[in-house]
Design a protein around this ligand. Structure first.
Ligand SMILES: Nc1ncnc2c1ncn2[C@@H]1O[C@H](COP(=O)(O)OP(=O)(O)OP(=O)(O)O)[C@@H](O)[C@H]1O
Length: 320
């Protein structure tokens, strides 16, 4: 499939500090791609280079056929991490204003704003001032403002941050809608669950370097799966089950053991379980733990995505 975006060996240095190192990945046209990593991993720096808001130190990129976002800015929608629309404007005015910055006639912008606000259940907010809206509502308005000109490529920097679960779900639906209308979407987040539900593709970033690029299922397949069995089961019998590579005793209570069986990569827990029953093992309880994308991130990078990786400038100075 054609790539709407591709990065080749992109690096970014801030003085002596290397924020992004030899980063290469691509985003197929029409897909939803999650750019995932802890705070400070280098996501915003990368997005800003893609947009042409700051130059890369080395490497090259192509977005919609251009060397960075500047010459194709009217075909791109961008939701920055720092948000704050003009507080005294109404949502309709704010959305139309942002559309006009991308060449959309104001009348058309206002028309689209009303339709899109209604689609998002924000009809009642049309005449309010931005400052009177809840955070969730304001964020939705800001997302509408960044896509009102119907961009081919949408870049969202931490779009879920600060939203409650209901608004996060609404935002996920909005993102799905953008892709359904044909746009390519790249969004950054450190919360793996959003990506797990939304993405055709994910790129995992830790400490400025790519740790993985592929589908969510491919990422999960890199992580160990476990089948937990409880009963009067001998370790050797559990080890003999199909797809089991090793067995560890978690705890024992007399003859009853809790065993943790590691499955081979791609191994199917159901088959091991079926064999356990067929072989007449005394399975009193079982649990097949499927890895989450969060587990996969930890397995692939050794880092917890919830752990801030930001290197404060004062620490850099001290390290010199
Ligand atoms: N202008 C700058 N000068 C010096 N260091 C910077 C600058 N901008 C970012 N950094 C550093 O580069 C690293 C990556 O920051 P970046 O904002 O790209 O990460 P991030 O993954 O987007 O995290 P966040 O979501 O918290 O913004 C951080 O350690 C940050 O302190």
């Amino acid at each position: 499939m054609d790539a709407a975006l591709s990065l080749t060996d992109i690096s970014k240095r801030y003085g002596a500090f290397q924020a992004v190192k030899d980063l290469s990945f691509s985003v197929p046209k029409g897909s939803i791609c999650g750019f995932l990593g802890p705070n400070g991993a280098g996501k915003t720096s990368t997005l800003r280079m893609i947009l042409g808001l700051q130059p890369q130190t080395s490497g090259s990129l192509s977005i919609l056929g251009a060397g960075d976002g500047r010459s194709v800015r009217d075909r791109i929608g961008f939701l920055p991490e720092e948000r704050g629309l003009y507080k005294k404007m109404t949502p309709v005015d704010a959305i139309a204003f942002f559309g006009a910055l991308k060449g959309l006639p104001t009348g058309e912008g206002r028309k689209r704003a009303r339709v899109m606000l209604k689609q998002q259940g924000l009809e009642h907010a049309q005449t309010k001032k931005m400052k009177e809206l809840s955070k969730g509502m304001a964020q939705k308005v800001q997302l509408i403002a960044s896509v009102v000109h119907k961009p081919e490529f949408v870049i969202l920097d931490e779009p879920f941050s600060g939203l409650d679960p209901v608004n996060q779900q609404g935002l996920e639906e909005m993102i799905r809608g953008l892709a359904a209308d044909g746009a390519t979407v790249l969004f950054s987040t450190h919360v793996m669950q959003h990506a797990e539900r939304l993405c055709d593709k994910v790129v995992l970033l830790a400490r400025g370097q790519k740790a993985f690029e592929g589908t969510v299922d491919e990422a999960k397949a890199t992580t160990r799966r476990f089948l937990e069995l409880e009963g009067e089961i001998a370790v050797a019998a559990a080890k003999a089950l199909p797809g089991v590579v090793s067995v560890e005793t978690v705890r024992s209570d007399g003859p009853v053991h809790v065993l943790k069986a590691e499955l081979a990569p791609g191994g199917r827990g159901q088959e091991a379980l079926k064999a356990a029953f067929l072989n007449g093992l005394d399975v009193r309880r079982f649990e097949l733990r499927e890895p989450t994308l969060h587990d996969a991130f930890i397995g692939l990078t050794g880092d917890d995505p919830d752990q801030d990786q930001t290197v404060r400038r004062e620490n850099l100075e001290a390290a010199r």
